[in-house]
Ligand binder design. Structure first.
Ligand SMILES: C[S@@+](CC[C@H](N)C(=O)[O-])C[C@H]1O[C@@H](n2cnc3c(N)ncnc32)[C@H](O)[C@@H]1O
Length: 246
């Protein structure tokens, strides 16, 4: 992860969960889909690769009892430190590729909204293929090439430039040996405008760390004008779920 992103997650670690806490329904929905696409069973050993604050791991153990702790991996100590210490989680403060060279045993891995931070994607995927046992599953979750978030126009443009295309990733996963299927999962957010503006102000997406304070203030002013009539912002959040099975 580059220095700028590292700093971003250092800054945002302690408030990340608060920024998302408005929507338990969204968390439940996303988690239910993660469980479904991973075909997660109580006896599985799961890795949350690039877990951040471990929000989804915490939500998974509320929905399904797991016999083994979830291995939560993230290079950012600040993000990881938000996970409660519990026998349900085992944390590793390393980056994904280093983690995959360690002799851990697991059969299910998911990685949500992290792949845009990884340069060596082929190495990541081939290492995963080697480490997973037969019938192991890697679930890669990312946003599509364009998003309909109520952000300012420069942010949406910047997003398009930086986001990897799911087709390239699914081809790469096939190339290293996985059986791959691609699905789209959509959630309709309805977020109070003040809450969403607060999230943007706090640069809830790493994308927003490309803008300095002045640019962000201008962006927020643009959003204020555009959404002057709304108190609730409704927008679809689409996720690409790439299921790679060994
Ligand atoms: C947008 S957050 C997503 C966190 C979590 N998966 C979620 O959906 O809430 C991206 C996370 O990727 C982590 N990250 C960045 N580079 C990474 C790498 N090379 N290996 C593993 N994680 C990485 C960051 O520290 C950050 O916590």
């Amino acid at each position: 992860m580059g220095g700028k992103n590292k700093k971003h997650y250092q800054n945002i670690g302690s408030i990340y969960n608060d920024l998302w806490s408005f929507s338990e329904d969204y968390m439940r929905f996303m988690t239910a889909n993660i469980i479904k696409y991973l075909r997660l069973k109580s006896t599985d050993t799961l890795v949350d690769l690039g877990c951040g604050t471990g929000m989804y791991s915490q939500s998974i153990v509320k929905q399904i009892p797991l016999d083994n702790p979830i291995i939560c991996v993230d290079p950012s100590e600040e993000m990881l430190s938000q996970l409660p210490s519990s026998y349900q989680y085992k944390t590793r403060a390393v980056d994904a590729i280093n983690f995959l060279s360690e002799p851990e045993i697991y059969n299910k891995v998911f990685m949500k909204e992290v792949i845009h931070h990884i340069n060596e994607q082929e190495l990541l995927f081939s290492s995963l293929f080697k480490r997973l046992p037969p019938n192991g599953i890697f679930l890669l979750i990312l946003l599509p090439p364009t998003i309909d978030y109520p952000l300012f126009s420069e942010a949406l443009e910047r997003y398009k430039k930086g986001q990897p295309h799911y087709n390239n990733l699914s081809n790469l996963l096939e190339k290293v040996g996985f059986n791959v299927s691609v699905n789209f999962v959509e959630y309709l957010h309805a977020i109070p405008k003040d809450q969403y503006f607060k999230m943007v102000e706090n640069r809830y997406m790493s994308l927003l760390s490309f803008f300095d304070d002045q640019q962000l203030a201008e962006g927020l002013a643009e959003m204020s004008q555009k959404y002057a009539q709304q108190s609730i912002l409704e927008f679809p959040d689409r996720f690409v779920f790439i299921t790679a099975s060994k």
